[in-house]
Design a binder for this molecule. Structure first.
Ligand code: ZN
Length: 254
């Protein structure tokens, strides 16, 4: 399989928002990737979608690259995508679903229920993009949301594992081919350091589940490799393909 990271922007955020209860202030840079998985076994599919320019402007994302342009650099058109795995429903992972007219969106039931609930008033709600979330209900009635219940093998070598913690239905994606295993941890660990120091971000839905999620990422990774959700350091472990699009090396680097 070829696994591409499409990095569609970056932003400076408060350090304390990324490392809950950790000492020190100041800012830390995040990158915003989504993933394309293409292989002989399966039609290309996405893990997350990125977001539109309006959202980038609203959320202070710099160096913005349109996701459709990023996909083109990975050799894929949004019209051809029939599966999008959504790690969770935050704005930077689920945006502009209208760009994928043929796609079914595979999302954990907990996130779908949480983000379609009416009258949710606490600030966590605002981590989703209102415009994209509005489309959830319509996608659901059109039968284009595949609600996952826990750990699910989508197709050979592609498994979703529910971890929760950061978001009610936060899931990671485990990809196997003959050579290696790759785990896309997404926001189960924004940075390598979150997992390494067992420090969640300040964006916590369930603290205990967040902690168990770190263990799940490690256990699922085994002798393979894993990539965090927003750490610029991951780019050094990827091969540049074309401006802001990177590929996971075929062989794990020693
Ligand atoms: Zn998130």
């Amino acid at each position: 399989v070829d696994i591409f990271a499409c990095v569609i922007g970056s932003a400076l955020r408060r350090r304390e928002s990324m490392f809950h209860l950790a000492p020190g202030d100041g800012q830390i840079r995040l990158v915003y990737p989504f993933w394309v998985v293409a292989g002989a076994m399966t039609a290309p599919f996405l893990v997350d979608t990125g977001f539109g320019a309006d959202v980038a402007g609203l959320r202070g994302v710099e160096e913005y690259l349109d996701p459709t342009e990023a996909l083109a650099r990975a050799g894929v058109s949004p019209q051809d995508i029939d599966l999008v795995v959504i790690s969770h429903l935050h704005y930077d992972h689920f945006g502009t679903p209208e760009r994928f007219p043929k796609a079914t969106f595979a999302i954990q039931r907990e996130d779908v229920e949480y983000y379609t609930r009416r009258g949710l008033r606490h600030p966590f709600r605002t981590l989703g993009d209102a415009k994209s979330l509005e489309q959830l209900a319509a996608l659901r009635s059109a039968g284009r949301i595949r609600e996952l219940h826990g750990d699910v093998t989508l197709t050979r070598g592609v498994r979703c594992v529910l971890v929760g913690g950061h978001s009610p239905g936060m899931q990671i994606v485990v990809l196997d081919d003959r050579q290696s295993r790759t785990v896309l941890a997404c926001d189960a660990s924004h940075f390598y350091q979150n997992l390494e120091t067992r420090t969640p971000t300040a964006l916590v839905h369930d603290y205990e589940a967040y902690q168990r999620g770190f263990e799940t990422v490690e256990r699922q990774t085994g002798a393979g490799r894993w990539f965090p959700g927003h750490d610029p350091a991951m780019l050094e472990r990827l091969e540049p393909v074309a401006g802001a699009v990177y590929r996971v090396p075929r062989e794990p680097r020693g």
